[in-house]
Write a protein that binds this ligand. Structure first.
Ligand code: DSN
Length: 422
């Protein structure tokens, strides 16, 4: 099966050398690097195959049995299967599987229930929130009147009492919870109490933790949230795409906000790949995998702490870790670059109370979903913590050693070699 992913680059190469070569190089890069970006993963070959299938040829604007095009018998089946599976794994009453991405999913929910200028309360970007939660550079921040809550400056965790007071003062129409750089458990029940107290809808953006929710390693936002949005490619390990889940009473509103409200034709090849990932997520193997993702993140965070590296919130409950580099003498940008040059892929990240620009940052975000799919365990987490520690301590002195060790681990765990991924 490994040959399958190798062959894609060579196949394309026959028709387009420039693109084929780059696909092959990207495969080699993923194989020879430790991918520690918390939002990335390694899909199964079945997911990839569906994305490269003839379904990409089909237009299917509308919904099953209500399309604007003929010839939709099989894509109708696929969309129905995807929808049913999504509802099952998330215990949701309704699912819309057409959003192209997490950002499209979020925008569709805003479009469904808000009018321009309506008040919304979301998490600040530097506290771990997301651009689509009201950043001024995003349409969400331009069209809607977003207010933001921060994490506590000492614990780096959400202060629900402060949030309650803020929500009562602002009286938003919608509260958005969920984050892209928050290493702690989110209390959806508390969010619901706060939303109810101020008469707001509650939307949970679970893009990062979706797989952990399915595996019951993080509380489910249902029945508390009115709307749940997610990507499907992070801990959920599916294709690069989005998904909206909601209560039945909002089904029509959400469906028409996705199409024709904010999107045109659905990407049926990606919808099929999402259906496959929802099936995979129901397996015992996926549950075990998700458990290892969390265990690995905990091991890695404990090892980093033991070496004296500060972590935002002092550790992690989920798949991601946010390093606080303020006392190390290196910035997030520098450390990301150091690590990239020794085949470790990470991303610089702002931290709560950030003083540096988002292009420099005082933080580095890492996560375990990708390397855990590759088969990494306790020992490799210890090694990774040592690589990061040595890179911070004296990069020039240690870089050759780190690169050599990374190379050894990558050889030991080739992509798509483990049985469960076939
Ligand atoms: N890019 C995603 C992440 O890395 O968290 C969020 O959009």
């Amino acid at each position: 099966m490994h040959q399958f992913s190798k062959n894609i680059g060579s196949f394309v190469f026959q028709f387009d050398e420039e693109i084929g070569k780059n696909i092959s190089c990207e495969l080699a890069r993923q194989e020879n690097n430790l991918e520690l970006i918390a939002s990335e993963n390694l899909t199964s070959l079945a997911v990839m195959a569906a994305m490269g299938s003839v379904l990409t040829n089909k237009y299917a604007e509308g919904y099953p049995k209500k399309r604007y095009y003929g010839g939709c018998e099989f894509v109708d089946n696929i969309e129905n299967i995807a929808t049913q599976r999504a509802c099952k794994i998330f215990c949701a009453e309704h699912a819309n599987v057409q959003p192209h991405s997490g950002a499209s999913a979020n925008f569709a929910v805003y479009f469904a229930i808000l009018k321009p200028g309506d008040k919304v309360l979301g998490m600040n970007l530097s506290s771990g929130g997301h651009l689509t939660h009201g950043s001024f550079v995003n349409v969400s921040g331009r069209y809607f009147n977003f207010h933001h809550y921060d994490v506590d400056p000492i614990t780096h965790q959400i202060d629900y009492e402060l949030l309650y007071e803020k929500a009562l003062k602002i009286k938003p129409k919608l509260i958005v919870c969920g984050a892209s750089a928050y290493p702690r458990t989110i209390n959806f029940k508390k969010f619901k109490e706060i939303a109810s107290a101020c008469g707001a809808y509650l939307m949970a953006d679970i893009a990062h933790i979706a797989g952990l929710i399915v595996a019951r390693l993080h509380p489910n936002p249902f029945p508390f949230a009115d709307f749940v949005t997610t990507t499907t490619h992070k801990t959920l390990r599916g294709p690069r795409s989005g998904l909206i889940l909601c209560k039945k009473k909002f089904a029509k509103l959400i469906d028409s906000a996705v199409f024709p409200g904010t999107q045109g034709g659905p990407l049926m090849h990606v919808v099929a790949a999402k259906a496959i990932c929802f099936k995979e997520a129901q397996t015992e193997e996926f549950k075990k995998y998700s458990k290892r993702v969390v265990e690995n993140a905990l091991t890695l965070s404990n090892q980093l702490l033991r070496k004296g590296i500060n972590l935002i919130s002092g550790g992690t409950d989920n798949h991601l870790i946010l390093l606080d580099l303020r006392n190390t003498g290196v910035t997030g940008k520098e450390l990301q670059n150091f690590l990239e040059s020794v085949n470790i892929t990470t991303n610089k990240n702002t931290i709560p109370g950030e003083k540096l620009s988002p292009f420099i940052t005082s933080g580095l975000r890492i996560g375990t979903p990708f390397v855990t799919t590759r088969g990494f365990g306790f020992r490799e987490m210890e090694e990774i913590s040592e690589f990061i520690f040595m890179a911070i301590k004296d990069f020039d002195k240690n870089k050759n050693w780190i690169k050599k060790e990374v190379c050894k681990i990558c050889k030991k765990y080739p992509l798509y070699k483990i049985k469960t991924m076939n």
